[in-house]
Design a protein around this ligand. Structure first.
Ligand SMILES: [Zn+2]
Ligand SMILES: [Zn+2]
Length: 288
């Protein structure tokens, strides 16, 4: 498992590599542009080259991009829709440029619209963005928020993958906080194993390419999305260490998107703590 932090790209792509090293990460996640504005950050081939050089010289083994939160692939409004497709396409092209293992995407939200047409629109938008980019996969993230987010359970994720064309460039990112807050019982090793069995049956384990490791400020099944620092939320150290030691998660990038001690994102101490929780989870499984 490649544990690491979501890091800022302020100052350029190579700064993200530096921050990954500073936080003791094995993998990093970045935004391809400012997460709260539509305006894309235009990178040049030499920016990508500098990233490759810095990355190759670092101990980092994986980089993942998180598409901006403004994207709503399910939107009926032509302007939001075309901006969403453009932003996803941009993220995928940055992914192609830096050799990212995927672009994590919250597919969209219904916002009061009926479910099926919303799912169809989201699938088509993703399909278009894939057609406009080369090889980087789209990793649909399971969601737990309000406003009718798509992809809350494995049936919806499987349906979205199908509606988006079903290609090998479609994968999934599972977020521990979202699973817990939605009401997937991942509180014990047995519970988590059953959840991953269900994922395998409905989506296919080969589609699982990335994990988000976050604690939850919302109680189990509370159906809202608010991240807490590792061990400081409703999941706590024990549930997080169960999550981190699931054998089928072996080898995946596992990224922290926590507020961090100063609300500036995860720091080195939190990454190290997460690595220790994985070790203690593995020990507990051996002993049990
Ligand atoms: Zn997440
Ligand atoms: Zn979240």
């Amino acid at each position: 498992m490649l544990i690491g932090a979501h890091v800022s790209t302020a100052g350029g792509l190579t700064k993200a590599v530096e921050r990954g090293v500073e936080t003791g990460s094995d993998a990093i996640q970045i935004f391809p542009q400012s997460p709260r504005a539509w305006r894309p950050t235009n990178y040049t081939p030499s920016d990508f080259e500098a990233f490759h050089e810095a990355f190759a010289a670092s101990p980092l083994e994986s980089v993942v991009i998180h598409a901006v939160y403004l994207i709503n692939c399910a939107s009926k409004e032509p302007e939001i829709r075309s901006k969403s497709i453009a932003a996803l396409t941009h993220a995928l092209r940055v992914g192609d440029g830096i050799g990212a293992d995927g672009v994590v995407l919250h597919a969209g939200a219904r916002k009061g619209e009926p479910h099926e047409p919303s799912m169809k629109r989201a699938g088509e938008a993703i399909r278009e963005a894939l057609a406009e980019s080369e090889t980087t996969p789209v990793l649909l993230e399971n969601t737990a928020g309000t406003n009718g987010p798509l992809g809350q359970d494995f049936d919806e994720l499987a349906e979205l993958i199908e509606l988006a064309g079903g290609s090998e460039r479609l994968g999934v990112c599972l977020d521990s906080c979202h699973l817990f807050a939605w009401g997937f019982d991942i509180r014990t090793a047995e519970g988590l194993a059953a959840v991953i069995d269900e994922f395998d049956a409905k989506v296919g384990l080969e589609r699982l390419r990335c994990l988000h490791v976050n604690d939850s400020r919302i109680p189990f099944g509370g159906k809202r999305d608010q991240h807490a620092n590792i061990g400081e939320g409703e999941m706590g150290d024990e549930v997080i260490s169960v999550f981190l030691s699931e054998p089928r998660f072996e080898g995946l990038p596992a990224l922290l998107e926590t507020p961090g001690p100063e609300r500036k994102g995860p720091d080195r101490a939190e990454v190290e703590k997460t690595k220790r929780l994985r070790e203690s989870g593995l020990e507990a499984r051996k002993g049990g």
